[in-house]
Design a protein around this ligand. Structure first.
Ligand code: HEC
Length: 128
């Protein structure tokens, strides 16, 4: 990508939007962001799918692993796994099939359904 003033200001605006939105998310905002994702259910699903065997995840009992990155602050990150912009649809895509997003990633495909991924994403967006 060639960086000129126009693309730069676009980038700055996108970053600003991300920061502003990330700074105000509670559970209700996370729900709106994910178009109806249920953060409380998502938190339970995180236990069911065993995400905590690889991640440290705030407020999820037993999720204290360091195999993958901590999900603390994931809502405020600009990129998911350093490869795609941190937006709800991308987060859902990532949760459903990480190697489909980045074929070199160590995170396996856990065959999370679309509905479950939406709820899990809603919980992840409460992690400031
Ligand atoms: C076998 C280990 C493993 C399991 C199980 C696992 N992950 Fe991951 N996850 C990883 C690794 C390793 C990365 C880093 C991937 C990368 O950077 O390519 C990652 C990255 C992520 C990221 C992006 C973090 C970032 O840096 O932006 C999210 C979000 C995520 N995982 C969520 C989940 C969720 C939700 C589950 C359960 C459905 C889960 N993971 C299960 C290993 C795992």
């Amino acid at each position: 990508m060639v960086l000129n003033c126009r693309s730069l200001s676009g980038l700055v605006l996108a970053a600003l939007a991300l920061v502003t939105s990330a700074c105000t998310h509670g559970e209700a905002d996370a729900m709106a962001l994910t178009h109806g994702g249920d953060a409380a259910r998502g938190k339970e699903l995180i236990r069911t799918y065993g995400c905590g065997s690889c991640h440290t995840i705030p407020r999820v009992p037993g999720a204290e692993s360091t195999v993958g990155p901590s999900l603390q602050g994931e809502a405020t990150r600009a990129y998911i796994a350093g490869v795609i912009p941190n937006q709800p649809e991308n987060m859902i895509r990532w949760i459903m099939n990480p190697p489909g997003v980045d074929d070199k990633t160590a995170m396996p495909n856990l065959h999370v359904t679309a509905t479950d991924a939406r709820d899990i994403a809603a919980y992840i967006y409460t992690l400031q």
